[in-house]
Design a protein around this ligand. Structure first.
Ligand code: DQA
Length: 149
């Protein structure tokens, strides 16, 4: 069975490429989606890649992943630092979660140092740009393989 991974992106990430390129790079969200799709193909993963600016929509997608997906890669963007609801939804999904940030949030403003998600994630990758997503997918592939063995 091919593992199905849900890649979720939070608010303002639709503006990647034009929004603060010194923090977030030159790649657009479409570029990021293509990179993840290519990586998933190489790794033998099925991928669902999504972005929303509406917290309730993100919560609905996390709920739907329960029993449907095998892992979640999430860049909650600004909701990282504010949302207990997203943390609770991720716990309820009962899936391995990898938290990803394009920028190194620990080098930035103090309010970005707090994450409501990190405490329930398997791991956190930040500051490595779009490569962080590729690494998260690769980790999940290996972890799911070991779990199935
Ligand atoms: C971000 C970091 C967050 O602090 C910020 O609000 C974002 C993007 C990142 O990918 O570096 O929107 O999650």
């Amino acid at each position: 069975m091919t593992p199905r991974i849900l890649v979720l992106n939070g608010p303002n990430l639709n503006l990647l490429g034009c929004r603060e390129p010194t923090q977030y790079g030159q790649q657009s969200l479409a570029d990021l989606a293509s990179l993840c799709a290519a990586s998933a193909r190489d790794l033998g993963l099925e991928l669902e890649f999504r972005q929303t600016n509406h917290e309730g929509e993100l919560l609905d997608w996390i709920h739907a992943a329960r029993g449907h997906c095998h892992g979640i890669v999430i860049n909650p963007a600004a909701w990282t630092h504010t949302s207990v609801a997203i943390r609770d939804a991720l716990v309820a999904a009962e899936l391995p979660v990898i938290e990803v940030h394009l920028s190194n949030v620990h080098k930035r403003e103090p309010f970005r140092h707090l994450s409501f998600v990190s405490g329930i994630a398997v791991g956190v990758i930040c500051g490595l740009g779009s490569q962080g997503y590729v690494m998260a997918l690769s980790y999940l592939r290996q972890a799911l393989k070991e779990q199935a063995a």
